[in-house]
Design a protein around this ligand. Structure first.
Ligand code: XUL
Length: 517
């Protein structure tokens, strides 16, 4: 029997999912929570405390410790590790790890991953995707490379605070000696992949595109951007490779300690969003994915790397080939919870009753739900804005406020995803709020697309396991998606033509309000 293992190192933990690809079954799952299981690293929510709220770093040793702990748990649970044929993984995007050149052989003869990595670190902490402290560096990089649009055209994104390039520049400027001592800079994904193969692993196109350094057209590091970012950077980055590439075999360390078989192949790791695209079955254009979480995200496979003229969306490599877009909205569950709390509503009152009590289009009552500063569109002055009748403005109609919020979230996603060119025929919705029929009906009507719902809780880990099965076992994407990413039967929601017409008319008015907002 050949099993495939997917690992997912997210902001707050590391989890594993083992599949039997031929049998079409998830065999087992296991997880480590950074705060609960490894409190000594002082990252209860996945990052270290820092007096500047814009700075968010984590401890790269924590991620190494978690890998040892998780594999130990799998072994102790009796997971058939000796029968694993292939492994791949997922890492939170954009985080960087700074190491000396000796990292490539650090695992030889080591007793633990932490002890192997510790002497190699040239920077003790790793900036992660939540860091937004590099606005100056973004401006410098854009100025040196012909402006935001030029950077966008080449890399798929404007220079973005959390992306690896601006973060590397900040380090090179602030600590030039430590930067000079740095022989290899890894992403979280390629760092953990390196540990598994006992060498320095390449960076895949999926995660590499989140660095402001990869030329999307050629799949190579972009010379002028490397130069604008930091001195000698080209020599410190691992080579970029397609995401399906087998990059090595598990190191003897993992054979001796956890019983993985010699010859177990490792497929390049990728970022959590590219992995999730695969894990929810969105590998080919036509199906978009909306993940309703703390932040909401919209992502979809794209045949061509078109870029967002407004600069909010990102283009990453699609692990199944081609490209994917990703658009993130900060006011997701955060805003839904704020409205629920404001009116003391139960989830039933929010999710069900509010939609029954109000019509599609909400009698023209509109909201811009900026409970926290928004990134898409960029709105720094927080606080929701309202437009509508007296009772609505006075907050006397809680159901209308709920509908206004959900319609605003859906219309904003529709407006800010139009640049990808293709209107999806199907939208797959995941995350906590996907259980609400009311929210899903609004999404179906605003997008004029069938909404399908998925049960997968760990889409990134599943995506990684499916990528291992594809890259090592040769399983076809269509077969893997049909088996592992089927939508929940009887839970799909079709658009209602009368509602579709209402939103078609409302959308320009909402767009105008958002522009004035
Ligand atoms: C995407 C992003 C996050 C991280 C962490 O650009 O910053 O989704 O990948 O999940």
């Amino acid at each position: 029997m050949a099993y495939y293992l997917g690992l997912d190192s997210s902001t707050q933990g590391l989890c594993a999912l083992l599949i039997d690809a031929a049998g079409g079954k998830v065999v087992l799952e296991a997880a480590v929570n950074f705060g609960k299981d490894l409190p000594e690293y002082e990252c209860p929510q996945g990052f270290l405390a820092h007096p500047d709220p814009l700075v968010k770093h984590s401890d790269p040793l924590l991620w190494a410790a978690a890998l040892d702990l998780l594999l130990g748990r799998l072994r102790d649970q009796g997971a058939p590790l000796a029968e694993v044929a292939g492994i791949s993984g997922s890492g939170q995007q954009h985080g960087t790890v700074y190491l000396g050149a000796e990292f490539a052989t650090a695992l030889d003869g080591a007793d633990s991953l932490v002890e192997a990595v510790r002497p190699c670190l040239t920077r003790l902490t790793s900036p992660i995707w939540m860091d937004s402290s590099t606005s100056a560096e973004c401006a410098e990089i854009e100025a040196a490379c012909g402006g935001a649009e030029a950077v966008r055209r080449r890399t798929g994104s404007s220079a973005i605070e959390r992306f690896a390039g601006p973060q590397i520049r900040k380090f090179a400027k602030a600590e030039p000696e430590d930067y000079a001592d740095t022989g290899i800079i890894h992403l979280v994904s390629s760092y953990l992949c390196s540990l598994l193969i006992g060498g320095s692993a390449p960076i895949d196109f999926g995660d590499g595109a989140g660095m402001n350094l990869l030329d999307l057209a050629s799949g190579q590091w972009d010379g002028p951007l490397l130069e604008a970012t930091a001195p000698g950077l080209g020599k410190k980055l691992p080579p970029p490779v397609p995401s399906h590439r087998v990059v090595g075999e598990v190191a003897p360390y993992f054979q001796a300690k956890y019983g993985l078989a010699k010859g177990t192949r490792v497929v390049a790791w990728s970022g959590d969003n590219p992995n999730s695209l695969i894990g929810v079955g969105g590998w080919r254009p036509g199906t978009a994915v909306i993940s309703l979480g703390t932040s909401d995200t919209f992502f979809a496979a794209m045949p061509q790397p078109v870029v967002d003229p407004d600069g909010y969306g990102h283009v990453f490599g699609n692990p199944a080939g081609g490209f994917m877009c990703l658009i993130a909205f900060k006011n997701g569950s955060l805003a839904r919870e704020a409205v629920k709390e404001q009116f003391g509503l139960s989830w039933k009152a929010f999710d069900v009753d509010s939609f029954a009590a109000t019509p599609a289009g909400n009698n023209g009552n509109l909201m811009l739900p900026y409970f926290v500063p928004e990134i898409t569109p960029l709105v720094l002055r927080e606080g929701p804005r309202y437009r509508g009748d007296q009772d609505f403005l006075a907050g006397k109609t809680p159901a209308a406020r709920v509908r206004a919020l959900v319609e605003a979230q859906a219309m904003s996603m529709r407006l800010h995803s139009q640049w990808i060119g293709e209107k999806p025929g199907t939208v797959r919705v995941t995350g906590g709020a996907a259980k609400s029929d009311g929210i899903c009906q609004v999404l179906a009507d605003v997008f004029d697309a069938t909404v399908e719902r998925l049960e997968t809780g760990s889409s990134a880990a599943l995506g990684a396991a499916l990528r291992a099965a594809h890259g090592v076992g040769g399983f076809a994407w269509a077969d893997l998606a049909a088996t592992f990413c089927a939508c929940v039967p009887g839970k799909s929601i079709r658009p209602l033509p009368a509602h579709v017409a209402v939103y078609r008319e409302l959308l320009p008015r909402f767009a105008q309000f958002a522009r004035e907002g």
